[in-house]
Design a protein. Structure first.
Length: 263
């Protein structure tokens, strides 16, 4: 599974402090740690406290690029900051993200096409997050239709069915698994699927346990990618083992180490 490391985010206190102090070594070390732990790409978010998000995102990207050319997921709600970030990040990086409303899609799909970027699209509209499978799939259909309209390559589209915390929306977890399955037959080729995994355990007591159990269920349903904490060794090991048991990886006694060395 394609793993996007979630840790370079200004919502985390230490990252927020590093951004304010321009502590480049902290950011570079965090980038390397995530990649060595199994991440394929890195999410980059300046956080809500940034007073100059454009300069902060540019500093973060330039700092990360001193130690890795791995794809970056530029995580912002502001189109102007997104465009500057995706230009700096380079081809093959991610726009994270767009909602399913046409006014959002009409901005971000052309941007993704212009910069040869991958696009993460959430099943969220101006009416909120649908709780049931039917409502989510209606938004999936609109996202895919808009991408076809712009002739955007669907293999670069990642649809996030939006998992909600299990302690407040338990049935949503089931609906998300159903949507992951149905996305696989919505078009040919189908878009990829992605989850912001840590949302499912937000506010719960056993976060790592819930995350790793749910991701195994999602992988079985066809999940392609997730934004998660790659420094959670038990979580990453569960992902690797699930793919092994589903025949996506070849068995050897050192399969955990072999998976991480494949990069």
């Amino acid at each position: 599974m394609y793993i996007i490391g979630e840790k370079i985010n200004g919502m985390f206190k230490k990252v927020n402090q590093a951004i304010k102090e321009r502590n480049a070594e902290f950011i570079k070390d965090l980038a390397i740690q995530q990649l060595e732990a199994g991440a394929d790409a890195l999410d980059v978010n300046v956080g809500p406290e940034s007073v100059n998000p454009l300069e902060d995102i540019k500093w973060l990207i330039k700092t990360i690029r001193e130690v890795t050319n791995a794809p970056l997921a530029i995580d912002t709600t502001k189109p102007d900051i997104m465009e500057e970030g995706i230009k700096l990040a380079g081809e093959g990086s991610f726009i994270n993200s767009t909602h399913a409303d046409n006014e959002k899609l009409d901005v971000y799909i052309p941007m993704a096409k212009k910069y040869n970027a991958k696009l993460i699209a959430l099943t969220i509209s101006k009416h909120g997050v649908p709780q049931d499978t039917v409502g989510k799939m209606e938004l999936v259909t609109n996202i895919v239709s808009k991408c076809l309209e712009y002739e955007y390559d669907l293999t670069n589209l990642y649809i996030d069915p939006v998992i909600l915390p299990v302690n407040v929306a338990q049935q949503n977890a089931v609906a998300v698994l159903e949507v992951i399955q149905q996305i696989k037959i919505v078009s040919d080729p189908p878009p990829k699927t992605l989850l912001g995994l840590s949302n499912v355990s937000q506010g719960t007591q056993f976060r790592s346990l819930i995350d790793r159990t749910y991701v195994v269920l999602a992988i079985h349903s066809g999940l392609d990618s997730a934004i998660l904490n790659p420094l959670d060794k038990d979580l990453v090991d569960a992902i690797i083992t699930a793919e092994l048991l589903l025949g996506k990886q070849l068995y050897c006694d050192s399969f955990l180490e072999a998976y991480k060395k494949r990069k």
